[in-house]
Ligand binder design. Structure first.
Ligand code: NAP
Length: 271
């Protein structure tokens, strides 16, 4: 039984074309035997693959173009990956948000969000964790969010999707720990990536304040430190970590009251 994720083996990273996923790939390439980079933007993945091959001569880097909102495409990718020997570590990082009150949000975007942030995480893990359990070692790093432990008006579906990731990760961790598989959640606060631009802001909602924002490199460093130590949940960034500790001891009704006021303010303006 092992309690360290085998990052020196084959590592599959979703959402590697940008932000946190790309920063994780750059760090993991110094030790992994093989990296599989997954996203939709092939040109970006190819550029990253070339960069990684230059950093570490002899590393095996594969690019897989896959729309994770498409279950058939995920299945086809998993068939190929399993045929080639499976993965030692799976990093479910791909995801996106939508900053809008629910009544202003576009259903097709919410539907895609649920497909990528929730369904794809389960499908990929379901297909790839079996091999880890059989081998008696492996690791799964699921990228959630602080909003998977809190909530905030204007991002209900996104927060719900990340609450799913938090619960799924915790339960799976308990399920496979005795089989030597480490399952960890990375729960970032604001990180300077393309995320905010893609989440947009509809109905006069403002993006989250920048004081807590960290860069993707710091996020990836903290993520890998915690993952190597087998932590259950990692809150990257010192300030974010302290804030989450503080909020954990706050009675739930206080947070509900604060968030209800904040929700009312976005609808009716300051009281
Ligand atoms: N940045 C933040 O403030 C923040 C805070 C908390 C949690 N997070 C979480 O961190 C993770 C990474 O986000 P990021 O900040 O690095 O944002 P990002 O820079 O926008 O990167 C998102 C990645 O997800 C991929 N992706 C999105 N939809 C996809 C799809 N349908 N199929 C395949 N790949 C898809 C994108 O690749 P393609 O577009 O090339 O497909 C991209 O590589 C997400 O799960 C996000 O929810 C971010």
């Amino acid at each position: 039984m092992s309690d360290r994720p085998p990052l020196s083996g084959t590592v599959l990273i979703t959402g590697a074309s940008s932000g946190i996923g790309r920063a994780l790939a750059r760090r993991i390439c110094v030790e992994a035997r093989r990296i599989i980079l997954v996203a939709r933007r092939t040109d970006r993945l190819e550029a990253l693959a070339d960069e990684l091959r230059n950093v570490r001569i002899g590393i095996d880097v594969d690019v897989v173009t896959c729309d994770l909102a498409d279950p058939a495409a995920i299945d086809a990718m998993c068939d190929r990956v399993i045929d080639e020997g499976g993965v030692d570590v799976l990093i479910n990082n791909a995801g996106f948000g939508d900053r809008a009150r629910l009544e202003d949000a576009q259903w097709p975007k919410l539907q895609r969000m649920i497909a990528v942030n929730v369904a794809a995480v389960v499908q990929l893990t379901h297909r790839l964790v079996a091999g880890m359990v059989q081998r008696g070692h492996g690791g799964v790093l699921n990228v959630g969010s602080v909003l998977g432990h809190l909530y905030q008006p204007g991002v209900a579906t996104y927060a719900g999707s990340k609450h799913f990731v938090a619960g799924f990760t915790d339960a799976l961790r308990a399920e496979v720990a005795s089989a030597g598989v480490v399952v960890t959640e990375l729960a970032p606060g604001p990180v300077a990536t393309e995320f905010r631009e893609i989440a947009g802001a509809k109905g006069g909602l403002r993006p989250s304040p920048g004081a807590l924002r960290i860069d993707a490199d710091t996020c990836a460093d903290d993520a890998l430190r915690g993952f190597r130590r087998g932590h259950a949940v990692i809150y990257p960034g010192r300030l974010n970590r302290w804030l989450m500790r503080l909020l954990a001891v706050l009675p739930a009704f206080v947070l509900r009251w604060v968030m209800a006021r904040s929700g009312a303010k976005t609808r009716h303006g300051p009281a």
